[in-house]
Design a protein around this ligand. Structure first.
Ligand SMILES: CCCCCCCCCCCCC/C=C/[C@@H](O)[C@H](COP(=O)(O)O)NC(=O)CCCCC
Ligand SMILES: Nc1ncnc2c1ncn2[C@@H]1O[C@H](COP(=O)(O)OP(=O)(O)O)[C@@H](O)[C@H]1O
Ligand SMILES: [Ca+2]
Length: 572
């Protein structure tokens, strides 16, 4: 095969204006040629092959400095040549060609690339350059294709699972209309499975799927669907490597395949917190360009038996009760969370128990930091293994609470809690753009343990509302937050498994009594754990964080220009 040059520069026609177009292996740049330069065209020296000498009649009454665009080669999706008869050679789509170029510059190629739009959205843009000579056009297409082929992180073959019932039940339609055409444009082939029942994707990945042939797995759905993929892939990886998931101390083997999320669910927290928006096109583009974002995964055990993995929220009390109530209202779609959230807020139940945790003392950063985990996060790049001289001090000088103590490096807190939340990442989502723990890191090997103690309804409302404003939800006397590596929770009236039936019957009896006496302000003994949107069967759990166990097709939230931050106070 003929070796293509890494550097290329030509004067090409774009929408009736002439541009200096250059490719240097990193950037594709096109810069409008200023009017004056055009007049003295014979005097310009180009070290590379020039497409044509532009005729004088093309001068337009524009300013001296023309427009200039640069696109990173890594964000070019595809390049295709247009035929003289204006029909594309590659995919047979018909395109409208500008009159002038079809007459005078019959050869053209179109570059599809990523363009940044509002609020972290990415869009696919096309730019078509016209040339006088077919050979030059070919050279551009071949050179760009060569540089795209050299990007080894890009997926070529993907396994896609669609949950047709997630969110507003639009998964199939979103995939077919918005995502599949982009994959085709980027020459990505897919095997698509529309799930037929819950855990279909998990079980298929765990036992049947021939994973070697794929460069990644994509799920179309919400956090629950993503959780299925994580369980399938992580379990399969452990089984293939002879690792026992039931042992809480076991070091798990990281998964090699990356996971893409096309958001089509109710909360879409994992997509939102890793990309900055829950937008299917943006996510598809992150998959195409081959982004990679490592993520922590918590393993949850009960009595040395594996229960589940969690990537976003493990919530007992408020979020557990919201989920338990909302599951009965799935027919309401995403609005079920608003309804159950309001209802659960009114019930205002608190739960007694003991939380013990191992503080993450060997890291830099705290859950109260003003800095945020963003694309290329320094802390995550170092696996959270940044040593800080005074980190142990920070931990020990935490505001001491009377009912807490240290036991062999573990801290133990007993109390009455409205909510116990462990956020392994910010848990930002459209309902709360800064999330449950705004300074949490995606891949530092820790989780932020948030304890909300019993307080008045009014104060709890203030705390909840702060998730949606610029105010600090942790700056309240009844809220504390700790960055931890492991934690345990035991409800006050801990029961053995054989007592569970009794507990269920008791719960039913209790809720009946409370329904009969609406003014009753007493609380049930147990809540449930909301584990990434699934209810756990036990209240007593042991949790450990596994640093960077999985990888997503994402890059973390990109910093935005300052003026956009000012327009949105939540982003500050
Ligand atoms: C009065 C104003 C209250 C505003 C409070 C807003 C706080 C919202 C924080 C939400 C964090 C969500 C963390 C993610 C949880 C998801 O894993 C889980 C399942 O999602 P999905 O599979 O897409 O259905 N979603 C929830 O548990 C919903 C929690 C909603 C609570 C109102
Ligand atoms: N075909 C299916 N039928 C029923 N449930 C399914 C199907 N496919 C996946 N699920 C389950 O649906 C649940 C919710 O899916 P998800 O995509 O997260 O939507 P939502 O965000 O609306 O909860 C998940 O727990 C998943 O296991
Ligand atoms: Ca983390």
């Amino acid at each position: 095969m003929e070796k293509q040059p890494r550097l290329l520069a030509s004067q090409l026609l774009l929408k009736n204006s002439f541009f200096e177009v250059s490719l240097n292996g990193v950037l594709l740049t096109w810069k409008e040629i200023p009017t004056k330069k055009k007049r003295v065209s014979g005097g310009i020296h180009y070290p590379f092959k020039v497409g044509f000498c532009f005729p004088k009649f093309h001068r337009r009454g524009k300013g001296e400095s023309g427009t200039s665009h640069s696109v990173s080669v890594s964000e070019i999706l595809a390049v295709r040549e247009l035929d003289v008869d204006s029909k594309t050679k590659d995919d047979g789509r018909w395109q409208k060609m500008p009159q002038k170029s079809t007459e005078a510059y019959p050869y053209a190629f179109t570059v599809s690339y990523v363009e940044r739009a509002w609020q972290h959205r990415w869009r696919c843009s096309d730019v078509t350059f016209h040339c006088l000579e077919g050979a030059l056009c070919q050279q551009w297409v071949q050179t760009i294709r060569g540089q795209l082929a050299a990007l080894t992180s890009r997926p070529k073959h993907l396994l896609v699972y669609i949950n047709p019932y997630g969110g507003k039940q639009q998964g199939k339609c979103i995939y077919e209309q918005k995502v599949a055409p982009l994959f085709t444009c980027a020459s990505i082939s897919t095997d698509v499975i529309v799930t037929e029942h819950a855990n279909h994707a998990r079980d298929h990945l765990r036992t049947e799927a021939e994973l070697k042939q794929y460069d990644g797995v994509v799920c179309v759905g919400g956090d629950g669907m993503f959780s299925e993929i994580v369980h399938g892939l992580v379990s399969r990886t452990q089984r293939d490597n002879g690792v026992d998931q039931n042992s809480p101390e076991e070091k798990l083997v990281p998964c090699t395949l990356r996971i893409g999320i096309i958001p089509a669910g109710s909360t879409d927290c994992i997509c939102y917190a890793t990309v900055g928006i829950n937008d299917p096109v943006t996510s598809a583009l992150h998959i195409i360009v081959g982004d990679a974002q490592p993520m922590d995964v918590c393993s949850v055990h009960h009595n040395n038996t594996f229960l589940r993995y969690s990537v976003s929220l493990l919530g007992y009390g408020f979020y557990g009760d919201v989920l338990a109530d909302s599951e009965r209202k799935r027919w309401m779609g995403p609005a079920r969370y608003d309804f159950s959230g309001f209802k659960t807020f009114l019930t205002h139940h608190y739960y007694e128990g003991t939380v013990s945790f191992l503080p993450a003392t060997d890291i830099l950063g705290t859950p109260r930091d003003k800095t945020r985990c963003r694309a290329g996060c320094f802390i995550c790049q170092h696996n959270g293994q940044l040593y800080s001289e005074d980190a142990p001090e920070i931990c020990k000088t935490d505001p001491d609470v009377s009912d807490s103590e240290y036991e062999g490096g573990w801290r133990v807190i007993r109390g009455k809690f409205l909510a116990i939340n462990a956020a392994s990442m910010s848990c930002a989502c459209p309902r709360s753009p800064k999330g449950l723990s705004p300074a949490a890191h995606l891949a530092d090997g820790t989780t932020d343990l948030i304890l909300v103690r019993k307080c008045s309804r009014f104060n709890f409302l203030r705390h909840l509302l702060r998730h949606t404003s610029k105010y600090d939800q942790f700056d309240m006397t009844f809220v504390e937050v700790h960055r931890v590596r492991r934690f345990h929770f035991t409800p006050r009236h801990c029961q053995s498994d054989s007592e569970l039936d009794l507990r269920e019957n008791g719960k039913r009896l209790f809720s009946q009594i409370c329904r009969d006496h609406p003014a009753c302000s007493c609380s049930p003994a147990y809540s449930s754990w909301n584990c990434d949107g699934e209810i756990l069967p036990h209240a007593a759990i042991e949790v450990g964080v596994h640093c960077q166990l999985i990888k997503l097709f994402a890059r973390g939230i990109e910093e935005q220009p300052v003026f956009e931050d000012l327009a949105n106070p939540c982003a500050i």
